[in-house]
Design a protein around this ligand. Structure first.
Ligand code: 5GP
Length: 137
């Protein structure tokens, strides 16, 4: 079953969390299983499943919250950098179906690996570019 309720319950205070920030639109709390200490989740108070179904106005508030939290995470953890992760769909690693951004502090040699790209042929990039431009209208 898809998990759509967990973060609603955390926001409502029905499930405890380590809250770090809240405003009218956004709620932020520490991930229970952090990649690195300070790994924080930023979520909208109004539920949406993920990026694709979120009202752009809400998204604007969320990304401002993400920036605010990212600055604080960097300062509080002494991180050298920050990764944002935002998973959409089970195949992409989404486990909680309530839009959230992972704010992950990064340190030298912390062992966290990013994706491994596969070099593409220019012709396949061109074809994909055409498909995407068409989809974008
Ligand atoms: P997703 O895989 O959906 O992008 O990320 C869900 C995140 O929620 C995971 O990183 C997981 O550790 C975190 N998480 C799951 N359950 C809880 C919980 O009960 N409390 C907190 N604070 N984080 C949770």
């Amino acid at each position: 079953m898809q998990n759509t309720e967990l973060f609603k319950k955390i926001i409502a205070g029905e499930i405890p969390c380590e809250k770090v920030y809240e405003d009218d639109h956004v709620f932020a709390f520490l991930d229970i299983a952090p990649v690195n200490p300070g790994h924080t989740l930023v979520v909208p108070k109004i539920w949406s499943e993920g990026l694709l179904d979120t009202d752009p106005q809400i998204l604007a508030h969320v990304i401002q919250g993400v920036q605010k939290v990212a600055k604080a995470v960097k300062e509080a953890t002494g991180a050298s950098g920050i990764n944002l992760h935002q998973n959409n769909g089970e195949i992409a690693g989404q486990k909680v179906f309530h839009l959230h951004f992972h704010v992950i502090p990064r340190h030298e040699n912390d062992g966290y690996e990013l994706w491994h790209g596969k070099p593409a042929e220019p012709s396949s990039l061109k074809e994909m570019g055409e498909r995407l431009r068409k989809a974008l209208g």
